[in-house]
Write a protein that binds this ligand. Structure first.
Ligand code: CP3
Length: 320
């Protein structure tokens, strides 16, 4: 999940220096610095590359911007012609600074600390490409897929190829594992979940492993609920992230019995702090600590999170 960001003064300082968000992402020295900041401050066991899932549409030629405080803004794709104008393959020259960032981070990271690369799930990335922004339910992409499933499938095929080759480059540049963030998986009906989340993600995993045998891959279809069992049946990931809504008893029985799980503290309880935070940390540990498990949040850290609460959480986890 996100580690860097606006809750850290040292991030805000570098962000201010870089100019725009994408300038920060594409300036290797600065992107490496903000990747390392949370590890330096908190001593985490893993670092996550500082980038964004929307660099893939950017490298396909779509206009992508991040206005301060407003989230991503893309030139929306209204119909099949809209994405036929984009490149069929990603331009790795555009993404070269990201690979360079990975090299710098690896040089500066204790070898015992893993560096995670990542990309978005094709469904989630497509949903931003079509809506041009985040919406409450990504309805524009769902409508597109209902109206023109064949056209939507073409777009997802492009994203499968692009994402797989992007992850392969990240692994070759030195990422120890990669995570596929399908943030909007949970709004899909079951059949669409299979078609637009499970199948394309499975293809990415197969393609990455064909080029990098043994590549370690973590899946995160946020909001999948009980459909997560289908995901772990069909997508050959090594571990899955659990969002904070996920029923822990179900996860222990049906998911953790088969592969390691990562999660799933509610990012909002980290904002709240106090005894609510202590209780929530204990509940996560009690549910999962006996099996293969990575303690994490159930989604990205919120900008209003007090640093003291992160310290409180870490002290409690490390006491166990
Ligand atoms: O912690 C890290 O350094 C990891 C880097 C990272 C970012 N985005 C940086 C970022 C990762 C792993 C992501 C993933 C991402 N980006 C996802 C999937 C995971 C998730 O959080 O759902 C999605 C859907 C995006 C698209 C995106 N980027 C959105 C919706 C936003 C705006 C929301 C927000 O928090 O402001 C972004 C901007 C963004 N990407 C920020 C960061 C640190 C915030 C901007 C800033 O702090 O300057």
């Amino acid at each position: 999940m996100r580690q860097a960001g606006r809750y850290l003064p040292e991030y805000r300082a570098v962000r201010g220096k870089a100019g725009g968000f994408l300038d920060l992402v594409f300036t290797p020295e600065l992107a490496a610095e903000v990747t390392l900041q949370p590890v330096r401050r908190f001593g985490f066991n893993a670092a996550i590359l500082f980038s964004d899932i929307l660099v893939v549409p950017h490298a396909l030629g779509q206009q992508v911007g991040f206005a301060a405080g407003e989230g991503p803004q893309l030139d929306p794709i209204e119909d099949r012609r809209g994405f036929e104008r984009l490149a069929a393959e990603i331009d790795h020259d555009v993404l070269a600074p990201v690979y360079e960032t990975i090299g710098i981070v690896k040089e500066n990271l204790d070898p015992g600390i893993a560096l995670l690369g990542f990309c978005g799930g094709p469904w989630t990335v497509a949903s931003y490409m079509i809506a041009g922004r985040g919406t409450p339910d990504q309805a524009p992409a769902r409508l597109f897929a209902y109206r023109d499933p064949a056209g939507f499938a073409v777009l997802l095929d492009v994203l499968v190829e692009a994402s797989a080759s992007y992850l392969v480059r990240q692994l070759r540049a030195g990422a120890d594992a990669v995570q596929i963030f399908d943030t909007w998986a949970g709004i899909l009906p079951a059949e669409e979940f299979d078609r637009w989340c499970v199948e394309p993600t499975g293809q990415i995993v197969a393609r990455v492993r064909a080029e990098v045998p043994g590549a370690k891959i973590i899946g995160f279809p946020r909001g999948a609920g009980t459909l997560l069992t289908r995901y772990v049946d069909k997508v050959a990931v090594d571990a899955v992230g659990l969002d904070w809504m996920f029923d822990r008893a179900f996860a222990r029985e049906h998911i953790q019995s088969r592969m390691p799980v990562q999660g799933n503290l509610d990012p909002l309880v980290l904002v709240a702090g106090g005894t609510a935070l202590d209780r929530a940390v204990d509940a996560v540990l009690e549910a999962f600590a006996a099996g293969p498990f990575i303690f994490n949040l159930g989604h990205g850290i919120l900008p209003e999170t007090p640093i003291g609460h992160v310290e409180q959480m870490l002290a409690r986890v490390r006491k166990r």
